[in-house]
Design a protein around this ligand. Structure first.
Ligand code: HPA
Length: 268
């Protein structure tokens, strides 16, 4: 057992989470939905990242969401912080070692679809990684050849889709394209992304999904749309806008997650 795993086992005091959540920029409000919350700062967990992006807290929050035992990774590290695509490897390995088998990832993203504006929630059906980066580069064994055909669990997608319909929540679905950031995309890059098949663009999630599939976690991921992508409206993009707009869609996403977690078919 790694030091981070044993520290969490001690602090969780018998709680056995089966699902973990990774929160995106400005989506810290999802933590408010966790009941009987135990908060453990990343600083207390060996190997966890230091964090440092405003809008990202840097703590593990354990507790119950819709009666389901969960672990929330509130605060992610991005590739653009230190240039490490495997920055979230220790947190993901740690939740796996604790018995978590499902991972729900969230992010803030820019939309390429005129009819999917700020405040909308998009479930990822797939992703495009044309960054040339991969968190498994350097991984020494054949386990690095991870299949990505069903990276976003078709079973979980059905579950979230049905939960959205039942709760009358508008849920978009589409392809997320990862850009390294931290600068935003150019209008030309966005036009290229659209030709390639992207519906939304952002600076996270993809390396984590690759690591999660490597670790055998079942994944679902959601973008909260904070803006139209570069060049679509003429407005300049900013992280301030991301942080301010994310909580709007975040509230919708929190309802959707609670509705899905309450379903019996979420964890068969
Ligand atoms: N591009 C990349 N990342 C983002 C965006 C965007 O337009 N909006 C929020 N995160």
């Amino acid at each position: 057992m790694t030091p981070a795993v044993s520290e969490l086992v001690r602090r969780l005091d018998g709680l056995m989470p089966d699902t973990a959540l990774v929160l995106g920029s400005g989506l810290g409000l999802l933590v408010d939905a966790v009941s009987q919350a135990v908060r453990i700062p990343y600083a207390d967990l060996q190997g966890f990242p230091g964090g440092g992006v405003s809008g990202h807290a840097g703590e593990v929050v354990a507790g119950y969401l819709a009666a389901r035992p969960v672990l929330v990774l509130s605060g992610r590290v991005h590739y653009y912080e230190k240039g490490n695509p495997a920055a979230m490897r220790v947190p993901l390995e740690t939740v796996r070692a604790l018995g978590v088998s499902r991972l729900v990832l969230t992010n803030a993203a820019g939309s390429l679809r005129p009819r999917m504006g700020p405040g909308a929630v998009m479930m990822l059906s797939d992703h495009i990684n044309w960054s040339g980066l991969n968190p498994l580069i350097g991984e020494p064994t054949d386990a690095r050849f991870v299949g990505m055909t069903a990276a976003y669990s078709p079973r979980l997608q059905t579950c979230f889709r049905e939960a959205a319909t039942a709760a009358e929540i508008a849920l978009h679905e589409g392809v997320y394209m990862w850009f390294s950031g931290p600068s935003f995309e150019t209008p030309a890059e966005i036009r290229a992304a659209g030709i390639l098949g992207a519906d939304a663009v952002g600076m996270s999630t993809v390396p984590e999904v690759i690591l999660a599939r490597f670790l055998g976690l079942e994944c679902a991921a959601f973008s909260v749309i904070t803006n139209f992508a570069a060049g679509m409206t003429g407005a300049e993009l900013s992280h301030d806008e991301t942080k301010h707009v994310a909580p709007q869609g975040g509230a919708t996403l929190a309802r959707l997650i609670a509705a899905a977690f309450a379903r019996e078919d979420f964890a068969p």
